[in-house]
Ligand binder design. Sequence first.
Ligand SMILES: C[S@@+](CC[C@H](N)C(=O)[O-])C[C@H]1O[C@@H](n2cnc3c(N)ncnc32)[C@H](O)[C@@H]1O
Length: 299
Amino acid sequence: MAGLSLPQKAIPPKYFYDAAGSRLFERICRLPEYYVTRAELSLTRLHIAAIARFAGRGCELVEYGSGESMKTRLLIRALRPAAYLPVDISAAALQQAAKQLAQDFPWLKIVPVLGDFSRPIELPAPRAARHASRAGRVVYFPGSTIGNLDPEEAHAFLAMTRDQAGRMLVGVDLKKDANVLHAAYNDSRGVTAAFNLNILARINRELGGDFDLRRFAHYAFYNAPLGRIEMHLVSLARQRVRVAGHRFGFERGESIHTENSYKYSAEGFRALAAAAGYTGKRLWTDRKGLFALHGLTAV
Ligand SMILES: C[S@@+](CC[C@H](N)C(=O)[O-])C[C@H]1O[C@@H](n2cnc3c(N)ncnc32)[C@H](O)[C@@H]1O
């Protein structure tokens, strides 16, 4: 309600992820234009030995925004963590991933945490006394989900994790040719458009909204001065919409801002992490230099 009442209407991207939204995001990860997942997977495979040395075998691995825990499988094999704590806002994705991982890694202690990382999260107590200090825990935050936070939110998130773990592995999308970015967020099969529009379908399902999805269109572009992809839903007509008993008017061409995806240079991200109390110790990239995995240690 607050977001739809702003002069620039906005809905936080965390609301994308109901069961349907999580499934659509998994399809995005497999699109030919969406280089993000392939680049991060390939750099993780390429540097897995060094990544494992940095994180430390036998640690407790906490993953924020774990989704389907796809890249994590490489880490689980290499680290043999004492426990794996996936944290996600999507109950459906969390349950499905935990079930699949339990089948594939029967020796692994899995502690799923349903939660919203935009607020302080209390993690379950460590499994073993030797992990009781934050040094025994490692936070993993792949997928460039940190790019969905604005710099102030990213600072608050990093400051929270700094008190929970001694080290952090964070996947960050690098600045690059705007045409490559544009294609990644405007795929030819329309899956990103369906993902974006699903937020309106979700409002209709859960808040008794009456959005007509045919009267809104997906729009994504690279805002170069701000270094971010912006995703919007643009009203194709002058219209009024009702949500949970409230009415909202739209002019033709007016948009709801649904997501940002910030792109960082390696130095730019290290400066953000330093301000939150981390030292950038390691940096791994894929062969094409599309994506970066930062190894940070808490100061
Ligand atoms: C961009 S996807 C990345 C998924 C996966 N980590 C990957 O690398 O492909 C973002 C993930 O974070 C979760 N998420 C988004 N906002 C969240 C929040 N505020 N709290 C907890 N999880 C959140 C979503 O449900 C989704 O699984």
